[in-house]
Design a protein around this ligand. Structure first.
Ligand code: ADP
Length: 540
């Protein structure tokens, strides 16, 4: 039909242009060892334009994968824009992965160039003999490296020498970004974002009923830029001209709190373990958090104790989001509907600990054991499936787990209930569910309850093999420093007794110094399960 709307391509270039045109004075701030680096979107734009020339000089062509190996900092942000705006694909490598996993991912992605923070030079040198496609290394902060066995160009020297390049015309369905899942089962798998998917995801992040990011915000993503694009915050911030505050490698609770205060941050984001550490410090010392309005938490279930703490002590809203690398990541958000404001605090808290309703553009359903779509009754369990314009339609260059992408839906591997209001509640990842005598026990529910115990700092519940019941729960507990050695297993189990059926209660409790974390800072159950593989549960 003629007279339809224009078919304007939705690209990262459009986001960049918007930042330059409307928000040239707004700032990007990066924490450094001494003080901060501060510049404007205008300065930023000019450096990105020079990088277009640099990428061309490095021989980067359309669709080539160009990797970054860096903390959250302004140079990384420049590459976030320059690489996709040049027509290439930004591949954000996870700096916490083991060398053999990194080599696998780099070779699989066929990365042509790697840009890295100088502190990772020894690791790059170690990796180099195992890399098949990489033609150039570029060190982002510091001078060129000219060792016999390892050479890297200097980012700053390249920018210094380059004229501003012109941006090629792009289509919205071109690949713009690549991020690998952590590979808890099988090899890590690549998720390929398009310009269009990143653009639409950024728009969604600005909706008031979603994360509601806006121009006046000062946004501090603690979530790394290699973890699902720092949950979309870099692109969204540029689109709306929000001030972006980047923590670099300074991510201890004290660093985070200082940066929140000094930069008057209004919105911050990270996985629950980050906030567990921050709250421990807040309990000991006074900090003025009066500028902060939202703490966005996702990646793992958010304990009610965290939501309640920020609300009660600081009137700060904790927003729980659910998502995956495969969903860009925003899938659902835990906001109350307006008519829920009249509920009691306790009832509201119960809703906020759920993973919320799907954001616009994302559709959800869950499939039960019998292959049927489950009822939204808040009780029936099923595997969550999602679809939408920023959900992967398959993994990059592999048929692995092709079965997860069927009939236009993506099967998430998350076992959920959905209530009549449409709120998702994650019972577990399928692989973490504890199968006891043919029934399922949700490790997440037990953990969330344990994390509400005033003496517990970290808690993880895992399945341990059991002769009669197949699997039984084992609670792994880290006590707060001041309670170490003073809490018995019975006290822990008694705390759970009123809240759960007796067959849900863990058969044993182990007290440990720390729960191992994954490369993106979540409790690492795979490692815990390995550690306690041979654990002998008491006879029952
Ligand atoms: P990784 O596999 O390294 O953890 P992702 O961040 O992509 O990488 O993991 C996505 C998974 O994280 C989801 O499938 C889900 O199991 C879990 N998850 C994400 N957000 C939440 C949340 N708010 N509550 C519970 N689980 C969550």
């Amino acid at each position: 039909m003629n007279g339809l709307m224009m078919d304007t391509p939705l690209t990262i270039q459009m986001i960049l242009e918007r930042a330059r045109t409307f928000f040239p004075k707004k700032e990007i701030v990066t924490k450094l060892a001494n003080g901060v680096h501060r510049y404007t979107y205008k300065d930023f734009y000019h450096r990105v334009a020079k990088l277009i020339t640099v990428l061309d000089q490095l021989g980067v062509k359309n669709s080539d994968r160009v990797a970054t190996f860096a903390w959250n900092n302004y140079r990384h942000l420049e590459l976030y824009f320059a690489i996709p705006c040049s027509g290439a694909v930004l591949h954000t490598l996870n700096i916490r992965l083991a060398p053999d996993q990194l080599a696998y991912i780099i070779n699989h992605a066929e990365d042509q160039v790697i840009f890295f923070d100088a502190m990772f030079a020894p690791l790059m040198k170690q990796l180099k003999p195992h890399l098949k496609s990489v033609k150039q290394f570029v060190v982002m902060d510091g001078g060129a490296i000219e060792d016999d066995d390892f050479k890297a160009l200097s980012y700053e020297e390249l920018i210094e020498a380059a004229a501003e390049g012109s941006f090629p015309e792009l289509k919205e369905d071109m690949a713009a970004g690549l991020c690998y899942t952590s590979g808890t089962t099988g090899n890590p798998k690549g998720v390929l974002y398009s310009h269009r998917s990143l653009f639409l995801h950024s728009m969604a992040m600005t909706m008031k009923d979603n994360t509601g990011l806006c121009e006046e915000d000062r946004i501090l993503p603690i979530v790394p830029m290699f973890h699902a694009n720092a949950w979309g915050m870099p692109y969204t911030s540029a689109m709306i001209g929000a001030t972006l505050v980047l923590p670099n490698q300074f991510m201890q609770p004290i660093d985070i709190l200082k940066l929140l205060i000094e930069e008057k941050v209004t919105v911050t984001a990270g996985v629950p373990t980050i906030w567990i550490g921050v709250i421990q410090l807040l309990e000991k010392e006074q900090f003025d958090l009066s500028n902060l309005r939202v703490v966005l938490i996702g990646g793992s279930a958010v304990p009610a104790s965290i939501i309640d703490y920020f609300d009660r002590k600081y009137s700060i809203a904790v927003l729980q989001a659910w998502g995956m690398t495969e969903t860009s990541p925003l899938g659902s958000i835990g906001r109350l509907k307006s008519y829920m404001q009249s509920l009691s605090k306790q009832e509201q808290l119960a809703i906020k600990t759920k993973q919320g309703i799907a954001v616009p553009c994302i559709e959800i359903r869950a499939i039960g054991d019998n292959g049927q779509v489950i009822e939204w009754d808040g009780k029936s369990l099923g595997e969550l499936q999602v679809r939408g314009p920023w959900v992967a339609s398959g993994y990059f260059n592999t048929d692995e787990r092709a079965e997860a992408f069927r009939d236009g839906w993506f099967s998430t591997g998350d076992i959920v209930t959905i209530d009549a209001e449409g709120y998702i509640s994650i019972a577990d990842r399928a692989k973490d569910l504890i199968k006891s005598g043919g029934e399922w026990i949700s490790s997440v529910d037990l953990e969330l309850a344990l994390l509400g115990h005033p003496k517990i700092r970290e808690a993880s519940v895992i399945a341990v093999a059991h002769e009669k019941w197949v699997e039984r729960p084992l609670a792994c507990i880290v006590l707060k420093d001041q309670f170490k050695g003073q809490v018995s297993s019975e006290e822990i189990i008694d705390f759970l007794r009123d809240r759960f059926a007796s067959w849900w209660l863990p058969d044993a409790v182990v007290f440990i110094d720390e729960i191992p974390k994954t490369s993106v800072g979540k409790f690492d159950k795979k490692q815990l399960r390995n550690q306690y593989k041979e654990f002998k549960l008491p006879e029952k």
